[in-house]
Write a protein that binds this ligand. Structure first.
Ligand SMILES: *[C@@H]1O[C@H](CO)[C@@H](O)[C@H](O)[C@H]1NC(C)=O
Ligand SMILES: *[C@@H]1O[C@H](CO)[C@@H](O)[C@H](O)[C@H]1NC(C)=O
Ligand SMILES: *[C@@H]1O[C@H](CO)[C@@H](O)[C@H](O)[C@H]1NC(C)=O
Ligand SMILES: *[C@@H]1O[C@H](CO)[C@@H](O)[C@H](O)[C@H]1NC(C)=O
Ligand SMILES: *[C@@H]1O[C@H](CO)[C@@H](O)[C@H](O)[C@H]1NC(C)=O
Ligand SMILES: *[C@@H]1O[C@H](CO)[C@@H](O)[C@H](O)[C@H]1NC(C)=O
Ligand SMILES: *[C@@H]1O[C@H](CO)[C@@H](O)[C@H](O)[C@H]1NC(C)=O
Length: 435
């Protein structure tokens, strides 16, 4: 019963939204508005709560935040919106500020020729580069920065590898290799890869290593488990010498991608769900929030996605203000629109929730950012059909950037150009596009 009334309220909201975001803007933001409402309809807070004053207030707040965000993005002055709605999360500063357009110079794109994957690692102000070379065999080349150059620290032959994950903190550099037989955890020690542990897991589609105040963790999602798309996200905690499984009972549906992140003092994990056991790709992906009392990730928000293949968190500083985003790559079209194409949606973190912010046309297979290594963030779309595209934030929204592709990049690493990453993006030639 109560759920029914929430549905009516959301239906009413649709009319309100159409009215509030008028004219051209309504068309431009149509897919975002639909996504916003679909997410609201499935919000765990509303599902779990009786229809109450709080749930009405929650819906009002979310809606006002969304409308404010859209108006601000398109530079439309607010009239009827009250101040309360611009109350961004107390955990994460404010998104208010005076923005101006920033002149941007072209981005240099280097292709590492014989590399099938390439990773930049920093530890204690020293930079390292790991290159997976796939010539006749798979070789890992591990380089250490030496002034303007990178010297080979070691080379190691590895068997068939389909995924590498690197992670560093002040103590360790992790190099995690995986293939169809499992996950092989290594650390870099005495100029070598030191084998630590094997996790026997099959059909895994994504692995991440991340840290929060409770420790260092490894999460794994699988597209299928025991031949069903319904699976579980596995989480392991690092105990100094090995990863130990901790059960958070997170269900996933054909998941291809996972991301973990902190915003202010809150820890989140977001999982892209590709497909369920009915074969549906128009399903919800999910964001979980860590509960310090139960010591578990708990459902926080659902995002309606169409065959989500990638999800990535990133944050950026714009004139000193920190802003947090999630980007989801959809691989399927929105079934409601005949002329629609697979898009990506960028969500902005406002008041603890991710609100649809911008739609990026045409399929992206993988999103990467340069946020960790430089002040100016580049959001980069890798796509089999569209090639490489780069976007930067101009204070209002993400805008496409000119890319100058530099073909003469030699593998065997690297000129002074990585010294300061500001205008350089280095991609591997084979890894992604031949995947
Ligand atoms: C890294 O560099 C920064 C700035 O130069 C310095 O403050 C910091 O102590 C350095 N960290 C280490 C671990 O050397
Ligand atoms: C899987 O990768 C591990 C770690 O590199 C390697 O030792 C093993 O030989 C690989 N398995 C196969 C079947 O190639
Ligand atoms: C990095 O620096 C920290 C703090 O100075 C130190 O405790 C740590 O041992 C260093 N790590 C390595 C790998 O040298
Ligand atoms: C898959 O099978 C394993 C071993 O039988 C079992 O432990 C696990 O719970 C199963 N997973 C699902 C999602 O049913
Ligand atoms: C997306 O793809 C369509 C069809 O190939 C093309 O017409 C359109 O220009 C593309 N849009 C963008 C923003 O690349
Ligand atoms: C790439 O590999 C080929 C074949 O082994 C080799 O001849 C060439 O020198 C390599 N290129 C670079 C830049 O290392
Ligand atoms: C990189 O270069 C830019 C200007 O070219 C400079 O402002 C910035 O401080 C540099 N960053 C680092 C980490 O050296």
């Amino acid at each position: 019963m109560s759920q029914n009334r929430i549905m009516w309220l959301i239906l009413f909201l649709k009319l309100f939204l159409i009215n509030e975001i008028r004219g051209n803007l309504a068309n431009q933001v149509q897919d975002l508005s639909e996504n916003f409402l679909a997410n609201l309809e499935a919000d765990p807070f509303l599902i779990n709560n009786e229809f109450s004053k709080e749930s009405v207030e929650f819906i009002n707040q979310q809606t006002e935040n969304y409308i404010t965000l859209m108006k601000k993005k398109y530079g439309i002055k607010d009239r009827g919106i009250n101040k309360r709605s611009v109350q961004y999360s107390e955990d994460f500063g404010s998104s208010e500020g005076s923005y101006s357009f920033q002149e941007l110079s072209p981005l240099d794109l280097w292709i590492a020729k014989n590399a099938s994957d390439i990773f930049f690692i920093q530890q204690n102000n020293t930079s390292y580069v790991l290159v997976l070379e796939k010539i006749s065999t798979n070789n890992i080349m591990f380089y250490k920065q030496n002034g303007e150059n990178f010297d080979v620290l070691f080379t190691q032959s590895v068997g068939a590898i389909n995924k590498i994950v690197t992670y560093s903190n002040s103590k360790e550099i992790f190099v995690i290799l995986s293939n169809f037989t499992g996950i092989f955890v290594h650390t870099v020690s005495n100029n070598n890869l030191k084998f630590m542990q094997k996790l026997k897991l099959q059909e895994l589609s994504d692995i991440i290593v991340w840290e929060n105040t409770n420790g260092l963790f490894l999460s794994v999602v699988r597209e299928k488990e025991n031949s069903t798309y319904t699976s579980t996200c596995l989480i392991y905690k690092w105990l100094g010498r090995y990863f130990d499984e901790v059960n958070h009972e997170i269900t996933t549906y054909g998941s291809r991608s996972v991301t973990a992140f902190s915003v202010g003092s809150l820890d989140f994990m977001a999982i892209a769900n590709y497909k369920d056991d009915e074969g549906q790709t128009g399903i919800y992906s999910e964001i979980f929030k860590y509960n310090v009392d139960t010591e578990r990730y708990e459902p926080h928000q659902k995002l309606f996605t169409n065959g989500a293949v990638d999800i990535l968190f990133f944050s950026l500083k714009y004139y000193g203000l920190e802003e947090a985003y999630l980007v989801v790559a959809n691989s399927e079209k929105n079934e409601n629109h005949i002329e629609s194409i697979a898009n990506s949606i960028i969500y902005k973190y406002v008041g603890k929730y991710f609100i649809p912010f911008q739609s990026i046309a045409n399929r992206t297979d993988k999103w990467i950012t340069t946020s960790e290594v430089q002040e100016r963030l580049f959001l980069i779309s890798l796509s089999k059909s569209e090639g490489v595209r780069a976007f930067t934030y101009d204070g209002w929204k993400f805008v496409a950037q000119d890319i100058k592709q530099l073909d003469n990049f030699q593998s065997g690493i690297v000129y002074g150009s990585f010294q300061n990453y500001t205008n350089n993006i280095i991609l591997s030639k084979f890894g992604f596009f031949n995947a």
